[in-house]
Design a protein around this ligand. Structure first.
Ligand code: 5GP
Length: 298
């Protein structure tokens, strides 16, 4: 005779499947915090908004050690200081504990508040393969009031690329001449290969007309724009998750292990620079992300 106290076999199988899925989701969230795809505060917000979600079910110990620079020793001291028991889950924190944890996070990892008085010089940057080009192309098509800068580059045109529309394709001597003449607002060697730069004159003209200029450039270029014009609006495009970025970076699996590891290292470094930006936009959907960038650029 079946034991009435034991759940039927099918229920137990389903429950264990759910547990495995939940564990996987928690692991993905921890990776997102570790790789700085989301802030610890964002994860805490999700946990408190939905205590039954994978974020809510995460133990406070797991949460803290997912944060870069917190090891197990530091974690235990923090929990003692905040008077939070290590067995607590994020979704189960009391009001006083939530506030203490939030205050602690805000002090150590301040979330950038968008600054006022930003200019209409807008830079869109982000890690390699996050989809900057696609978002910029969408903005060009759907927000014609925004001027998308056309860069000069020493790389050869790809099939379908039109000189003067996608890039100004120049040779090394011509690029040198542009640099010497001060004709570039910023320039950089990208991926250790070719040089790319933003022609200054069209940007100055657009800004003088009171319009918005959007630059889709790499991180080195973004830093140069910030140095040249501290009021420039810097937007960082983020992947929806670390796993998704990995997928976009190495998804086709055509690279060898060394190249794969190099790309992931670079992505981690690139993500760590997002604190230098005024706004962060998640590229979860091209049209949505593009509309958000366009709104910020107004
Ligand atoms: P692609 O060769 O694939 O078109 O572009 C390669 C990278 O160059 C992209 O990450 C893009 O953001 C960057 N890039 C394109 N134009 C410029 C530019 O004018 N300045 C800088 N610094 N980077 C650029």
């Amino acid at each position: 005779m079946a034991d009435a106290r034991r759940p039927p076999e099918v229920d137990r199988v389903a429950a264990s499947r759910r547990a495995v899925a939940a564990r996987r989701e928690r692991a993905a969230l921890k990776k997102d915090v570790a790789m700085r795809v989301i802030t610890p505060q964002e994860l805490l917000r999700r946990a408190l908004a939905e205590p039954e979600s994978p974020a809510g079910a995460m133990r406070v110990t797991e949460f803290l050690t997912a944060i870069p620079a917190i090891g197990e020793g530091k974690r235990d001291r923090i929990l003692t200081d905040l008077e939070i028991s290590p067995v607590k889950r994020l979704g189960g924190l009391g009001t006083r504990q939530r506030n203490a944890l939030r205050r602690f996070l805000d002090e150590r990892w301040p979330e950038l508040e968008p600054r006022g008085g930003r200019s209409r010089l807008v830079v869109l940057a982000g890690p390699t393969a996050v989809g900057k080009g696609t978002v910029a192309a969408y903005i060009k098509q759907h927000h014609p009031e925004i001027h998308l800068s056309v860069s000069a580059t020493t790389r050869a045109p790809r099939p379908g690329e039109v000189d003067g529309e996608h890039y100004f394709f120049v040779d090394d001597a011509e690029f040198d001449r542009l640099v010497a003449a001060g004709a570039l607002l910023e320039y950089a060697t990208v991926h250790n290969k070719h040089r790319y730069g933003t022609p200054r004159a069209p940007i100055e003209r657009v800004l003088a007309e009171g319009r918005t200029a959007l630059l889709e450039i790499d991180l080195q270029g973004a830093r140069q724009v910030r140095a040249a014009d501290p009021s420039a609006t810097l937007v960082f495009l983020l992947p929806p998750s670390w796993d998704e970025l990995v997928h976009r970076l190495v998804g086709r699996g055509t690279e060898d292990d060394e190249e794969r590891a190099r790309r992931l290292r670079t992505a981690k470094i690139e993500l760590a620079s997002q604190g230098e930006f005024d706004y962060r936009v998640v590229n979860d959907d091209v049209a949505r992300a593009a509309d958000e960038v366009a709104r910020l650029a107004r």
